[in-house]
Design a protein around this ligand. Structure first.
Ligand code: XMP
Length: 514
């Protein structure tokens, strides 16, 4: 990717570091996140047009506080320090940082006191979001105050000559007004970047890279129907055509019509070589009678690997495995104190494939964020229903039937879930929810249908509002939409006589039931 304009985000342990990278990408500038311990030589070799120092929970005056090579301030490259990054820059260049009397957390009213390229075109006053205990007490030589809040006289500081700027607040969070404007001014006005990072260009480059890596070899790709593996399959197919072999494992725990839809889209429409392995029996047999959630998950994981491996071994001469690893899984995490932990989270998109399968990995999405993957999907012409796919757990419907699984119960849940999805989409609410799905409850209750007493199962509706799946609130669609869903499920799905709404947030509940 080195042909692009590049900005480096140096991670000093902030929870918002990835958000900074996403804001930069939104300005169509390619950026990479690196631990703050990256050497000056490595930085130089990457020829960045700008550097951003993230925030972090440390204090610059304590031992083992995360730091950067002070040489970054004399590279002649513009630097933007955010919160802790600003304090670090100040302290490294001869200013002073101290614990502040008032710990500022939340909104603050910012007033711009002096014009600068950083606030060019922005209003004279706007709201920003603060979260800090320390603050800059004395500016480093060459710096001047540019903006203040009532509790923080040095909320923006800068040395225009050396193109070094610092913000005490967090422009990367949406609670700060004009965050995008500040990033744009830094990237365009100060770093002189044009913003040439586009998904269409990414696609061309990714295709060239896949061709180079794979040569005339064959590639296997585990397709799950999710957006990441779908985009990987399309990209690799564009690159090497029928030397790609996709494998889709039907574990019998997928949503209604999923198998047909994936087959139609990828095999028939895109003409991508695709083997669908019908392994429902194998999974259901192994799960029979099992009620423990963790055992269920592990059983499904192990069988998935076995099935996948058996199928992969049939693909003659395949040396490569394409995976939909994304950037958040690749970025090394930095611990709050004492520097980077150098732990790289390993991500396995398709239910969890082990490293030992013995393939070389092809991971064309490893520098992208999820929203960028969706964009690539659109550039490649992937239908919107795949591009905007809800997250779906690897163990599938097994974690939505909180008891031992039977084929009959899976069929009941598939039907109820399909109705819920149809009605949410018919009401135009599909973008409101992060996820919307049904669960089948392991209880029977008494009902009456016509003149007959019934004694049947209950379906729970799970509608989730969330931005990242880490925390979540329950959704409450209009009463008539709920009524329609409930009526249709009870009337159309044999074996169900009751529908309930799950009104549990995460935490303390989780999104899935197991
Ligand atoms: P929980 O239930 O932990 O779910 O609140 C958080 C998000 O993760 C999804 N999920 C999974 N995704 N494999 C996946 O790929 C899994 O095993 C898995 N379990 C949960 C869940 O749907 C929600 O979006």
């Amino acid at each position: 990717m080195s042909a692009h304009e590049l900005v480096l985000v140096l991670d000093l342990g902030a929870q918002y570091t990835q958000l900074i990278a996403r804001r930069v990408r939104e300005e169509r500038v390619y950026c990479e996140v690196h631990p703050c311990t990256i050497s000056l030589d490595e930085i130089r070799a990457k020829k960045p047009a700008g550097l951003i120092l993230s925030g972090g929970p440390g204090s610059v005056y304590t031992d083992r506080a995360p730091t950067v090579d002070p040489g970054v301030f004399t590279l002649g490259v513009p630097v933007l320090g955010i919160c802790y990054g600003q304090q670090l820059m100040t302290s490294a260049l001869g200013g002073e940082v101290a614990s502040s009397d008032v710990r500022e957390f939340g909104h603050a009213d910012l007033t711009v006191n002096a014009p600068s390229p950083l606030t060019e075109g922005l209003p004279d006053a706007f709201r920003v979001w603060m979260s800090h205990g320390d603050k800059v007490e004395k500016l480093a030589p060459g710096f001047v105050p540019l903006a203040s809040t009532p509790d923080c006289p040095l909320a923006i500081v800068g040395d225009t000559e050396r193109r070094l700027y610092g913000l005490q607040f967090h422009p990367e969070v949406t609670h700060s007004d004009h965050g995008a404007g500040l990033f744009r001014n830094f990237l365009r006005g100060i770093c002189g970047l044009t913003g040439d990072w586009e998904m269409a260009t990414f696609v061309e480059e990714a295709i060239a890279q896949i061709r180079e890596q794979v040569g005339d070899g064959r590639v296997i790709c585990g397709l799950s129907g999710g957006v990441d593996s779908s985009v990987v399959a399309l990209l690799v197919h564009r690159a090497i055509g029928d030397r790609l072999q996709c494998i889709f494992v039907d574990n019998g725990l997928l949503r209604k019509d999923e198998v047909r839809m994936v087959d139609e889209t990828f095999r028939r429409h895109y003409k991508i070589p695709l083997t669908t392995v019908r392994a429902a029996d194998r999974f259901l047999t192994a799960l029979a009678g099992e009620t423990d959630p963790e055992t269920k998950r592990k059983t499904i994981g192990h069988i998935f690997i076995d099935v996948f491996r058996e199928e992969a071994e049939r693909v003659e001469g395949a040396k490569f495995l394409a995976q939909g690893t994304l950037y958040p899984d690749v970025i090394e995490s930095v611990s709050a104190f004492g520097g980077p932990t150098a732990v790289i989270k390993s991500h396995h998109n398709v239910g969890g494939l082990p490293e030992q399968l013995g393939f070389d990995l092809v991971e064309p999405l490893r520098f992208l964020f999820k929203d960028e993957v969706r964009e690539v999907g659109r550039v490649l012409g992937l239908p919107e229903q795949f591009v905007m796919r809800q997250p779906f757990p690897g163990p599938g419907l097994a974690v939505r039937i909180p008891t031992a699984i039977t084929a009959d119960d899976v069929a009941i849940l598939q039907d109820a879930d399909a109705i819920l999805r149809e009605e949410i989409e018919a009401a135009g609410l599909e973008r409101v929810y992060w996820q919307y799905f049904a669960v089948l409850l392991p209880v029977r209750s008494v009902g009456v249908m016509g003149d007959n007493r019934t004694y049947e199962q209950a379906v729970g509706l799970r509608l989730i509002e969330s931005t990242d799946g880490m925390t979540a609130d329950w959704g409450y669609p209009p009463r008539d939409v709920l009524r329609k869903i409930s009526n249709r499920i009870i009337n159309e799905v044999r074996g169900v006589n009751r529908v309930v709404l799950d009104i549990s947030s995460k935490p303390p509940a989780t999104i899935e039931w197991e």
